[in-house]
Design a protein around this ligand. Sequence first.
Ligand code: DX5
Ligand code: ZN
Length: 227
Amino acid sequence: MAQINPSILSADFARLADEAEAVRGSDWLHVDVMDNHFVPNLTLGVPVVESLARATDTPLDLHLMIEDPDRWAPQYVEAGAGSVTFHVEAAAAPVRLAREIRAKGARASMALKPGTPIEPYEDLLPELDMVLIMTVEPGFGGQAFLDIMLPKIRRTRELIAKHDLELWLQVDGGVAASTIERCAEAGADVFVAGSAVYGAEDPAEAVRKLRDLADKAAADAWWACGH
Ligand code: DX5
Ligand code: ZN
């Protein structure tokens, strides 16, 4: 079944606990950490993640858009994250970092910006629990979905199948009712949605609708057959 991870980047930062409650029933809460260096925007850090982890039962899916994730990512596991995604463009030693995240007890995930190909990282996939294919340039919510990323999603799913891995494939950026089916057909099974969820009248209902669309689109997809 498809997993839908609402992104709190589109939520009200002054009411994070309520905003987490508003999407109860989601699989994860997606938390975008930005440092104003790796991306031209600044959001939140370890203390906010610690508080949010205490305030909600929904596991936290951290997306670190920061320089030097080798130094900072382990602290987000200690802060209570269930999954930590680092950008491979910023990591000095991705294998060592993935192993450290896992050893500390979280799922380890690697993100790729739109201009970064997946092929050079094929040998790294067994070290990971998830790959995040960005479908916008990271930094801001509410941007238009880049459908030229669909072939990369498909190629990533093919690599996962080729190596027979239990790897989740996440997409993030511009995911909405109008784009989620194409992502699911191409091979994504974890969907981040910010404005499509928090911009909706009823965020919990928006999550259910997105999950339904993704499940239906994946049902006949080559990559999900037999799953
Ligand atoms: C963008 C963030 C996304 C963002 C997505 O850099 O990584 O998680 O919240 O927002 P939408 O779904 O509005 O494109
Ligand atoms: Zn994100």
